[in-house]
Design a protein around this ligand. Structure first.
Ligand code: GLY
Ligand code: MN
Ligand code: MN
Length: 446
């Protein structure tokens, strides 16, 4: 049995149990609908319902529906309009075709006739996807079960995510080379897209391509068309997708500077140590708190902050330099659902006090995939706040000013938690290593 067949059968079993527990007879999943700019006929890029692409590798298929019933094959109502303005979805092909009951429709409203089944229906979808008599109700108790379980990836899903990292790795290499050749942010972005064969509409999130000071803007959203007079650093946060599964990778590069290169080397070592903490049974919140300790040690070692690690943590100095969470669940969505769930019933697992931006508070378990993305930045607005406190006297502002010209550093890998006692699988580093045909630098060879 292929990994996809196993995945589908596992989803069916999970769905049947969830429906029974929540008192439903069937589940309908809308793929989603195209949305348009206000007063305009330009559609936004289509983002499918993640529940839909969990079952099927179909990501450009608005107005399709899945019907899941105990004891039946999934029924796929497949929208394939006769359209000469756009390319309609292709004729169904692939391993999934014989595993579903396929019904082709040419008009969105024709779906309703094929989705009428007796009993209580859970209808999962956005409000706009409603059809007459079929209004999404998104039952919270059912979603809680499905979202909690979605953190556990099947072997099929892990294969898609391995491929998504492999797709992004050569693009990161091309981006680095473009940066070193003096390219603008826009040119680096184009080099990235060309190397992974994506267009903007295929990306799992908008690329962050930040030269120099722009690296200090956590979600820098522009790509300057003109290169700066001097390109000192590049922070590129860019992923790829395969069959609806994402990779989310950040690399930071230097054109050469003693102090910034030392910071990069420290961050690389810290990131690898944090990746190694991804183990079954570990509370992800503890990895976040470890990051603050490592950032404090780096600030002390480099002489940016002349305070002990303990004193920095006590005074919360590290939040000036590392003001986001260490990472998140990843899969069908870059920031995958379920990161705060304490249990399948929807209990909430709290963020550590003083850490509002952490997106994952669950204990790690075998089969979960998370990002590990420590950062250390020189963010003007946060530095100004620090400057107004007594801590300012312990900061080397000359060094801060120098490093501010590089913006910051973030290094982000996608990491699979393995069975208790096993080291994690680093999808990102494995992809880079495969690209180079070299053994992973962080793995000692015997
Ligand atoms: N690319 C967004 C993030 O790293 O979470
Ligand atoms: Mn991320
Ligand atoms: Mn990222």
């Amino acid at each position: 049995m292929s990994t996809y067949t196993q995945h589908l059968s596992h989803l069916q079993t999970r769905a049947e149990l969830a429906l029974a527990r929540c008192g439903f007879d069937a589940m309908l999943i809308a793929s989603g609908v195209e949305k348009f700019a206000f007063l305009d006929d330009r559609p936004y890029i289509f983002a499918p319902n993640p529940h839909f692409k969990h079952w099927l590798p179909l990501v450009n298929h608005p107005d399709s529906w899945l019907l899941i019933r105990p004891g039946h094959k999934p029924r796929l109502v497949y929208y394939q309009p006769d359209d000469y303005w756009h390319v309609p979805p292709a004729d169904p092909t692939g391993e999934w075709v014989p595993l579903v009951e396929l019904i082709l429709i040419g008009k969105p409203e024709d779906a309703a006739a094929h989705l009428q089944v007796p009993g209580r229906l859970a209808i999962i979808g956005e409000a706009d996807a409603a059809l007459p008599g079929l209004t999404p109700n998104n039952p919270q108790n059912l979603l809680n079960l499905l979202h909690y379980q979605r953190a556990y990836k099947s072997e099929y899903e892990l294969d898609q995510m391995r491929a998504a990292s492999r797709r992004a790795a050569p693009a990161h290499r091309a981006a680095r080379d473009a940066f070193l050749a003096g390219a603008s942010e826009l040119e680096i972005h184009r080099a990235y897209l060309a190397a992974c064969g994506h267009t903007d509409r295929d990306l799992p999130y908008s690329n962050i391509v930040a030269l120099n000071e722009h690296g200090a803007v956590l979600h820098y959203q522009y790509q300057d068309a003109v290169a700066p007079a001097q390109s000192r650093s590049l922070l590129i946060d860019a992923g790829a997708q395969v069959n609806g599964y994402a990779s989310d990778i950040t690399r930071s590069w230097s054109a050469g500077d003693g102090a910034f290169d030392a910071l990069l080397a420290h961050m690389e070592a810290a990131q690898l140590a944090l990746v190694d903490e991804v183990r079954a049974g570990v509370d992800y919140r503890d990895i976040h708190l470890s990051t603050h300790r490592l950032v404090a040690a780096i600030l002390q070692d480099l002489g940016v902050v002349k305070m002990s690690v303990e004193a920095q943590l006590e005074a919360r100095v590290t939040s000036t330099f590392f003001p986001h969470g260490i990472g998140h669940l990843i899969g069908l969505q870059v920031h995958d659902v379920g990161g705060f769930m304490a249990d399948e019933q929807g209990g909430v697992s709290a963020k550590p006090e003083g850490h509002p931006y952490l997106r994952l508070t669950r204990p790690l378990d075998e089969g979960m995939v998370v990002t590990i993305e420590p950062g250390l930045y020189f963010i003007p607005t946060l530095l100004r706040k620090l400057q107004a406190t007594p801590i300012a006297a312990s900061v080397d502002w000359t060094l801060v000013e120098h490093l501010s010209r590089f913006g910051g550093v973030r290094i982000e890998d996608d990491v699979v938690c393995r069975a208790a006692g096993s080291p994690p699988e680093n999808l990102t580093r494995d992809a880079f290593a495969a690209l180079a045909g070299l053994p992973r630098p962080d793995v000692k060879q015997s």
